[in-house]
Design a binder for this molecule. Structure first.
Ligand code: FMN
Length: 367
């Protein structure tokens, strides 16, 4: 090793280091997307379709990154997206992630299919929302929401892009299965079905969803969901103006423009491409957030200029967790925060409130 050392200086460095150390089945599960992974790639590529229109001679000696989400203050507009099975990356799993998040003061969304009980994550004291999958067993679903409310989760994030699991070829080929000792801790499920109903092997997670998840869930179920706990409701997985209007009409508090990190419908639009139409349709009646492909502070700034209140990051948090546990999670979030601060300084936007639509314009295409 030379004297430059090998400390990660970008989120991509964390990704490379994590992929090098994780077993193939886990690396593929974390990194992969659905189908040909077109949407996965487009999520990132979409950021390059915009350039900044920087303003100069603005006092940027002090930059205010703090903002609010659902009425609560966060130190910077970057939150942690719900991702499953953190114990595949770290023995402490979601508890380690939450400790890493706590050190930054931001908010973490905990998945229904976390590998640690939601109550144990709550004990860390990290600010938290609960991501919900609705099961055919409505009683089980209701219990999950009530447990989350009881454990101090501040919002329910209903994932709406997953009536069934998208086909992820990597997981099919690897016959994705959880190792012994890692399970769906909130549901007390330790083994996923290795075969589907017809006896075919493949992704055990896909079989689990086909068997347990409620594909009949519709807009008509939202009042029932809201009745379970007096918490704000955020819908995660909307990419059209039509659905954004329905969500507002249903009285939701927030919308995450998301395609599940390219893991559900391959061919869904890049989230940054979908963001403007959702923001326009919502017209300030709910908060709009974005996730998918955010890897640089400048990506955060672009999303905020196009109307996002905040962004969520999924995979980068898993890379930090795999490389250095809780400290790695903190480092990844702080890296993104520091990059955002610099991008704001270089564009003449000293506060989140000063980030407006005129900060970005379409990149000039060469073709
Ligand atoms: C390994 C992995 C597991 C995920 N598990 C869930 C989940 O349990 N629930 C959910 O709503 N979204 C889940 N997602 C989607 C993320 O919440 C988020 O939409 C996506 O990761 C954002 O894209 P990014 O990874 O490019 O930041 C998962 C994503 C990954 C990569």
């Amino acid at each position: 090793m030379d004297d430059r050392g090998d400390a990660p200086i970008t989120l991509d460095d964390y990704e490379a280091a994590a992929l090098a150390r994780l077993p193939t089945m886990v690396a593929d599960y974390y990194a992969g997307g659905a189908g040909e992974e077109r949407t996965l790639r487009e999520n990132r590529a979409a950021f390059a379709r915009w350039t900044f229109r920087p303003r100069v001679l603005v006092d940027v000696s002090n930059v205010e990154l703090a903002t609010t989400v659902l009425g609560a203050k966060v130190p910077f507009p970057i939150l942690v997206a719900p991702t499953a099975f953190h114990r595949l990356a770290d023995t402490e799993g979601e508890v380690a992630t939450a400790k890493g998040v706590l050190a930054t003061g931001t908010t973490m969304v905990v998945s229904t299919i976390a590998s640690v009980r939601l109550e144990d994550v709550a004990e860390t004291g990290a600010d938290r929302w609960f991501q919900l999958y609705v099961f055919r067993d409505r009683e089980l679903t209701s219990t999950l929401v009530k447990r989350a409310y009881g454990a101090g989760y501040r919002a329910i994030v209903l994932t709406v892009d997953t009536p069934l699991l998208g086909t992820r070829y990597r997981d099919e080929r690897n016959r994705f299965q959880l190792p012994d000792g890692v399970g769906l801790a909130n549901l007390a499920v330790s083994d996923l079905p290795p075969e589907d109903e017809a006896g075919r092997p493949g992704s055990s997670l896909s079989h689990f969803f086909a068997g347990e998840h409620d594909a009949s869930l519709s807009w008509a179920d939202l009042p029932w969901l809201r009745s379970l706990a007096p918490l704000p409701l955020v819908l995660k997985g909307i990419v059209t103006a039509e659905d954004a209007r329905l969500a507002v009409a249903a009285g939701v508090d927030g919308i995450v423009v998301s395609n599940h990190g390219g893991r559900q419908l391959d061919g869904a639009p890049a989230t940054l491409d979908a963001l403007p139409e959702v923001v326009e349709a919502v017209a300030g009646r709910a908060e709009v957030y974005l996730d998918g492909g955010v890897r640089r502070g400048s990506d955060v700034l672009t999303a905020l200029a196009l109307g996002a209140k905040a962004v969520f990051v999924g995979r980068p948090v898993l890379w930090g967790l795999a490389v250095d546990g809780a400290a790695g999670v903190t480092a990844v979030l702080e890296m993104l925060r520091d990059e955002l601060r610099l991008a704001m300084q270089l564009t003449g936007t000293p506060s989140v409130a000063s980030i407006t639509r005129s900060l970005v314009g379409p990149a000039v295409r060469s073709d």
